[in-house]
Design a protein around this ligand. Structure first.
Ligand SMILES: [Zn+2]
Ligand SMILES: [Zn+2]
Length: 141
């Protein structure tokens, strides 16, 4: 278990995440929702227990809710000042959150973590190279 620190663009929001060994990598998500929410070809994430995330500064996060592929709610939490998307929570995984691992800044953005897997590979843009094991949607559970 190691502790990682994150902060938003304006600095009003800071957090700490505890990641165990197998969580210390980026899961690249190529889905279209991630493209729309981030303005980027993919996002970098990791699923961790809710209890492993502590917001240490600026607890009054904004919340945006949409319906995921399964029809269940997905709740995005972001800094109200600069809109940095800190994490999101899916109703289908009530005890877990999806952390934006690129925002961990220990030793530089992304905290030196490597790509661990790619999901929603079916929506990968044609010019993007594969950098880790890719799943068409999500890994079989
Ligand atoms: Zn901010
Ligand atoms: Zn996505």
């Amino acid at each position: 278990m190691s502790s990682f620190n994150g902060k938003c663009h304006c600095g009003n929001t800071e957090w700490t995440a505890e990641l165990n060994q197998e969580e210390q990598g980026h899961i690249l998500c190529h889905c279209d929702t991630c493209k729309l929410l981030s303005g980027s070809p993919y996002t970098l994430n990791q699923i961790i227990p809710q209890t492993a995330l502590k917001i240490t500064k600026g607890r009054d996060l904004g919340k945006y809710t949409y319906k995921g592929d399964s029809g269940n709610g997905v709740h995005c939490y972001y800094c109200k000042t600069c809109t940095t998307h800190v994490y999101h929570k899916q109703d289908v995984m009530p005890d877990n959150i999806v952390l934006r691992t690129i925002l961990l800044h220990d030793g530089g953005l992304g905290a030196g973590l490597k790509p661990a897997a790619e999901i929603y590979g079916k929506a990968r843009l044609g010019w993007e190279k594969e950098v880790a094991q890719t799943f068409e949607t999500t890994p079989p559970s």
